[in-house]
Write a protein that binds this ligand. Sequence first.
Ligand code: PRP
Length: 216
Amino acid sequence: MNTQSDDQPLTIALTKGRILQDTLPLLARCGLNPVEDPEKSRRLIFESKRPGIRFVLLRGADVVTYVRQGAADAGVVGKDMLLEYGAAGLYEPLDLGLAKCSLQTAGFAAGRKDGTRLRVASKFVNVARSFYAAKGVQADIIKLYGAMELAPMLGLVDEIVDIVDTGNTLRANGLVPFEHIADISTRFVVNKAAMRTRHALLTDIIGSLGAVSESS
Ligand code: PRP
């Protein structure tokens, strides 16, 4: 495992996209924000205004890998990514309460036919496999990378496991939610070894982020 030593900057991996838009104001309120606006740059690594801290920008799945392996000390990532890619090796000390949504099953209003083997599309194949197995429902899970709602409409699958926020995308495509699988929000995660070796700084950051996320 590659953990950072004390003379290196503490590395925090941020999830690109909508989570980043919500995370930047929170970091700014703690005086931790990047010196340069990551949304206006092609760089992938940014110094923090607070010396001794730097940020790297990654996709959510890769945030989990970097923090788990210790290549980043901490990260900001959606709970969906932790459920799908595994949170072993990580502490999850803070729910930042950003990008709240849920993971649900969904399909046509006629519902699920009992006793038949289901075809299910999802980005979250591990979550989907565990969910149907726990219910004792036989399901073939097909990995897709986006536009999940199209898959039942075109007959590729019977139903989907996907993120639902407002529910507008389901409604606009003639689908209804079936079962709630998990509540999702953005979490601050820490590599377990880094929590020991960089304890004072990480505890300070967790305290600051926790205080501003509670008050927002
Ligand atoms: C996500 C998700 C749904 C939609 C849900 O897709 O996969 O399609 O948002 O939001 P809603 O309930 O508010 O309509 P995203 O926009 O991330 O695009 P994707 O199809 O590439 O996953």
